[in-house]
Design a protein around this ligand. Sequence first.
Ligand code: GTB
Length: 215
Amino acid sequence: MPPVITAFERSPDRGQGLARDMRVRWALEEVGQPYEVRPVSFQAMKEPAHLALHPFGQIPTYEEGDLVLFESGAIVLHIAERHAGLLPDDANARGRAIAWMFAALNTVEPPIVERSMAVLFERDKPWSRERLPMLDARVRQRLSELSSRLGDAPWLDGAFSAGDLLMTTVLRRLNSSGLLNEYPSLSAYVARSEARPAYQRAFAAQREAFNAVNG
Ligand code: GTB
């Protein structure tokens, strides 16, 4: 039985591959592991059957035999540890790749999510115009640091790894902001990731699922 993941039945991103099931789909495609997707409605996400899989009533989840996982980072790490292709064999290089996974989720993603939330949900607040430049500055700080570290390298540390996979999905969340364009090496990094056949397959699958439901 292939693993089963959950995804939004109707993704608010309208098929742009910004929801976090995209990371899991992409990781599974990179390692060549077939999988099934169970779409979940917003209502079903908060019902007992889904809460038994995910304590916070969110997507994605991952079911493989007796194993149930939630948290996209933990799922990607699980896939990367069990299949070749997303983590180096050398122990030190592996440790560094895992550090980049944590950096993507713990250091780079928070200011990006904070900014997205503000743009989506706080636009009408009287303090929004004052707050946004501060949120932009926090994002720019991380992008500037990341761009300095990446330099002219294609990937963050040697060969493409689960660290690059997660970092790319985090940076893509800035697509509509224009901020990524201020850092050409990071725009090129994301484009390089998106050109990977595994990414293309994952993106096409989630887009197809969106189109199937929304016409
Ligand atoms: N830390 C968890 C993880 O990494 O797995 C976070 C999971 C999470 O935030 N899941 C979101 C969810 O289920 C979907 S991905 N939300 C429903 C809820 O909480 O009730 C976040 C997301 C949603 C929409 C867009 N978008 O439209 O662009 C992008 C990302």
